[in-house]
Design a protein. Sequence first.
Length: 339
Amino acid sequence: MRRYNRPIMELLQPDAPGIDRAARALAGGLLVAIPTETVYGLGANAFDAVAVARVFEVKRRPGFDPLIVHIADISGLALVASFPNALAERLAEAFWPGPLTLILPRTPRVPALVTSGLDTVAVRMPAHPVARAIIRAAGVPVAAPSANPFGYLSPTRAEHVVRMLGDAIDFVVDGGATDIGVESTVLDVTGERPLILRPGGLPRAAIEAVVGPVDLVDRVSETPTSPGQLASHYAPRASLHLVAEGALPDASIGEGEGLVFFSEASRAAYRARRGSCGPRVTERILSPGGDLREAAAALFVVLHELDEAGVAGIWAERVPAEGLGLAVNDRLWKASTKQ
Ligand code: TXA
Ligand code: MG
C-alpha cells in the first residue's frame, strides 16, 4: 500500500543524506519540494500518475494547467520528448542547465495528467546542483510546478513552502534562498518561430542572440495557450495596485498599506514629493541600486513578507521593461489582476 497521508512533513538538508532521502522518496511516489535556481518546485515522479495527481490535489491546481518535467541530464530528454528538433537542440546546448523551459512534442511515456492531455510537454534542466543531484539519484524525470497553492505567490525560500504546503506534502529540501527568484522562461519550439509563452529567468534577448527573433505572447490575450498567462496568478492575498515606474500616488496610500519601490532612487523621489508616509505604511525596495537581477530575486520575498505582515493593500511600481524586468513586470501585472 502506498504512501498517502504522511502525518508530518520533514525538512531535509541539501547534503548527501538529504539528497538520498529526497531521491528515494520521489522514486517511491512521494511529494518532495526541491530548490531550483528559479523558485522551489513541488516534485513528483513524472512517470507516476498517482503521485502527479496528488500534486494537482495539494496545489488545488486545475487539471487544464500542465506541469514542467525536470531532467538532470540531456539523456533524460529523449524519455519525455520526441526528436529531432534542431531549434531545441541549439537552445538546450546554449542554456541548459538553466531557467529555460522548452515546449516539445511528448513521448507516450509521459502520463496525460502531466501535460493536461496536450500532445506537447514542458521540459527543463534546472541549474541548481541540489535539484540536479536529486533528480539524477531518483532516476526518473521529475514533474514539478512551483511549490505554492494555485494562483498564489511562488516560493523562493524553504520556509515559504513550509508555510503554504507544509501540512500536505512529504518532504521539503532546504536549499536556502533561490538565486533568480522568478520562474523559468517558457518557450514553445514546436512551431517555425519560437514563441515565449511566459517571460522568466532567461531574458528574451539572450534567446534571440542564439536563435534570432522570437515572438512573445500578448499577455492580455483572452485565450491563453499557457495557463501561466492567466491573469490573477502569482497573487498575494492583499490586493495589489500596479502603477508605472515613478508613478506611486501621493494621496491614495492609506494606513496599513504596503509600498513596493523598484530602487532607493525611486523611493527618494517619492519621499521628496510626498514626505514620510508615517509608521503605518510598510515600505519595501526591490533593489536599492536599481539592479533588475536583484529585483527579480527579491520580488516574491517582498510580496510574501507584506502578506505575512497583513497589509491591507499593496502599491507597486513597474520596473524597467528590459532583461529580467520583463518577468518582474509580468508577475506584478498578474498579481494585480483580479478575475
Ligand atoms: O522555474 C520554473 O519554471 C518553476 C521551477 C520549479 O522549475 N516551475 C514552474 O512551474 O514555474 P509551474 O507549473 O508553476 O509553471 C509551468 C508553466 C505554466 O504556465 C504552464 O501552463 C506551462 O508552464 N506549461 C506546462 N506545460 C505546457 C505545455 N505543454 N504547453 C504550454 N505551456 C505549458
Ligand atoms: Mg506556478
